[in-house]
Design a protein around this ligand. Structure first.
Ligand code: GTP
Ligand code: MG
Length: 218
């Protein structure tokens, strides 16, 4: 896929205020600091597009970006940040889960997992929850430049073993690095494939009909 444009559209705390669901959409989710925003920047080759930080908890809102004026990338706040209060943790859960369950143009959830670590319960629990909801997801391992390919392979294998306790087959996965763009071409190719199947016309018709209904009620 050729990247012609990548633009930030808006940040939201309300699912009801998201941009129109007229394009295929891909959400990046995972632990705080796992590299969601960095990977979005690497994929789009725009360094400052999504805000990154060494401090966990940088991304707090649902951030929409439009790529090539025909698909959405979404940067979500991370989970599992130790310094977050119980109350904020609960509100993260509510917001992100509501968004994932209700967003009708969402094609696939990218679950980012730090390849430097052995499988972590939080990541596995999140994958199980997606499975229970019937939401399609890919596992995107991050920070591969920080470990040897041997270690990366071992950790991917262990994660696979854990998921296979719950799922019949391992979802598609990618091993990536935001630093050297490892895996970025493959991930973009996959997105491109899904985009080609998206029915833009029907999505627009649904939006038009809804707008018409609202006008009629007024
Ligand atoms: P929150 O928004 O806080 O949930 O974090 P995030 O998941 O968006 O992580 P972010 O992209 O801000 O990256 C966190 C830190 O990890 C930053 O210091 C990045 O530079 C670093 N980082 C992210 N991806 C990579 C990578 O592939 N390789 C290396 N070496 N560092 C990375
Ligand atoms: Mg972020």
């Amino acid at each position: 896929m050729e990247l012609q444009s990548a633009e930030f559209i808006c940040s939201n705390t309300k699912v009801s205020e998201l941009p129109p669901a007229k394009f295929p959409e891909y959400a990046f989710v995972g632990r705080s600091n796992v590299g969601k925003s960095s990977l979005i920047n690497a994929l789009t080759r725009r360094k400052g597009l999504a805000k990154t930080s060494q401090k966990p908890g940088k991304t707090q809102l649902i951030n929409h970006f439009v790529i090539n004026k025909d698909w959405y990338l979404v940067d979500l706040p991370g989970y599992g940040f130790a310094k977050v209060s119980q109350k904020d943790r609960a509100s993260w859960k509510r917001l992100v889960r509501k968004y994932l369950m209700e967003r009708e143009n969402l094609q696939c959830v990218m679950v980012l997992v730090d390849v430097r670590h052995k499988p972590q319960k939080l990541d596995l629990d999140f994958c199980h929850w997606l499975g229970e909801q019937g939401l399609p997801f890919y596992v995107v391992f991050t920070k591969a430049d920080k470990v040897s390919s041997k270690i990366a392979k071992i950790h991917v294998g262990l994660f696979e073993q854990e998921l296979l306790k719950w799922f019949e087959e391992m979802p598609k996965y990618f091993v990536t690095s935001a630093q050297n763009r490892l895996g970025c071409v493959e991930l973009l190719q996959e997105i491109d494939k899904i985009n080609r199947e998206f029915d833009y016309h029907s999505a627009q018709q649904i939006i038009d009909k809804r707008n018409q209904d609202i006008e009629d009620q007024e």
